[in-house]
Design a protein around this ligand. Structure first.
Ligand SMILES: *[C@@H]1O[C@H](CO)[C@@H](O)[C@H](O)[C@H]1NC(C)=O
Ligand SMILES: *[C@@H]1O[C@H](CO)[C@@H](O)[C@H](O)[C@H]1NC(C)=O
Ligand SMILES: *[C@@H]1O[C@H](CO)[C@@H](O)[C@H](O)[C@H]1NC(C)=O
Ligand SMILES: *[C@@H]1O[C@H](CO)[C@@H](O)[C@H](O)[C@H]1NC(C)=O
Ligand SMILES: *[C@@H]1O[C@H](CO)[C@@H](O)[C@H](O)[C@H]1NC(C)=O
Ligand SMILES: *[C@@H]1O[C@H](CO)[C@@H](O)[C@H](O)[C@H]1NC(C)=O
Ligand SMILES: *[C@@H]1O[C@H](CO)[C@@H](O)[C@H](O)[C@H]1NC(C)=O
Length: 268
């Protein structure tokens, strides 16, 4: 019986994962769940501020990044992107897990005329753990119609070459738009009470839209274990999901778990 003599490269291959992990753990920063201010808004977990975290990792939920852009000499504008559409973040309430967003097209914080704003896209929350709050309601605009049905309200300032723009404020499943040949529908949301208090919504809808709508957030599915173990979720471009623990260590899924990064940290 003869022993195999492995070439040196073979042993190096065995060591490769170890190198990888050491490099990775050196790269991962254990102090990366900071809080920031942008305009009047505090950005902290589960939100995170774009361009301030390291390019390879962040602490927060995926899709919850807030961009802070400066608006000339005015205050900084916090902005979130949901399904490729930008929204101005007016406030975030971390106790109630809610935030007030305004459509970028209609927000007065963003320069541009807003007298008779036309909303151009549906609010689309995608797969993010976000929901419309009970204070908000959907409203839908139907554009370029031959007329407005009786259950809808005409918005004269949005008429275009004799083609009508109509608004429905209650989501009735029985709506029948056949015969009005509208070419586009856009669903957005407003604060229910503001709309109801508005004496002439047909004309005032711009200022109600500008006030925005409220969303609530829940826990991200893949983050439950980490948060239950007192950690905060994040992402690293190499490992994907990571969990920042209160003792300064970083695990894969949950704190107190036996993950190699945590173990190897003690070897430094
Ligand atoms: C910040 O809050 C102040 C006072 O409430 C308000 O006047 C100002 O417009 C707010 N700024 C922005 C960008 O919302
Ligand atoms: C880690 O944190 C330090 C201090 O907070 C910072 O200077 C450094 O850029 C961070 N490194 C990474 C990779 O984020
Ligand atoms: C409001 O509209 C959004 C997007 O179209 C939809 O996902 C949501 O279910 C609607 N909510 C209500 C309460 O109708
Ligand atoms: C508006 O409707 C008319 C008639 O149906 C149609 O010819 C036109 O292309 C539509 N315009 C837009 C912008 O969709
Ligand atoms: C908005 O959503 C409605 C259905 O909820 C859909 O019919 C419409 O095409 C969407 N509009 C846009 C601009 O995507
Ligand atoms: C999260 O990490 C994965 C790698 O597993 C990467 O593909 C993805 O782009 C990261 N997400 C973000 C928002 O950086
Ligand atoms: C990183 O974590 C170690 C414990 O693993 C801790 O001693 C150190 O102070 C932490 N560094 C920062 C910048 O929080």
């Amino acid at each position: 019986m003869s022993h195999h003599i492995y070439p040196l490269s073979h042993y190096l291959l065995l060591l490769l994962p170890l190198f990888f992990i050491i490099v990775l753990s050196a790269e991962i920063n254990n102090s990366t769940c900071p809080s920031y201010t942008c305009g009047n808004v505090t950005i902290r977990y589960p939100f995170w501020k774009m361009d301030t975290e390291s390019p390879t990792q962040f602490c927060g939920y995926e899709g919850f990044e807030i961009k802070c852009s400066s608006n000339g000499d005015q205050q900084d504008i916090p902005e979130i992107t949901l399904s490729d559409d930008n929204y101005y973040v007016q406030w975030i309430n971390y106790d109630y897990k809610s935030m007030l967003l305004a459509n970028y097209d209609v927000s007065s914080a963003v320069p541009g005329p807003k007298v008779c704003p036309r909303v151009n896209h549906n609010i689309s929350l995608g797969t993010l753990p976000l929901n419309l709050s009970p204070f908000s309601v959907n409203i839908s605009f139907h554009f370029n119609c031959s007329g407005c049905p009786s259950f809808a309200t005409e918005i004269p300032c949005l008429d275009n070459n004799g083609r009508k723009s109509c608004l429905v404020t209650s989501t009735e499943e029985t709506e029948d738009w056949d015969g009005y040949s509208c070419s586009e529908e856009v669903v957005t949301a407003v604060i229910d009470e503001l709309m109801k208090k508005s004496p002439n919504f047909q004309v005032d809808f711009g200022s109600v839209l500008e006030k925005g709508f409220e969303l609530q957030w829940g826990g991200a599915d893949d983050c439950e274990k980490c948060e239950k173990s007192d950690g905060r979720c994040g992402n690293h471009s190499t490992t994907g999901h990571i969990c920042f623990c209160s003792d300064g260590t970083i695990s894969k899924n949950e704190c107190g778990g036996t993950f190699i990064i945590t173990t190897l940290k003690f070897q430094f």
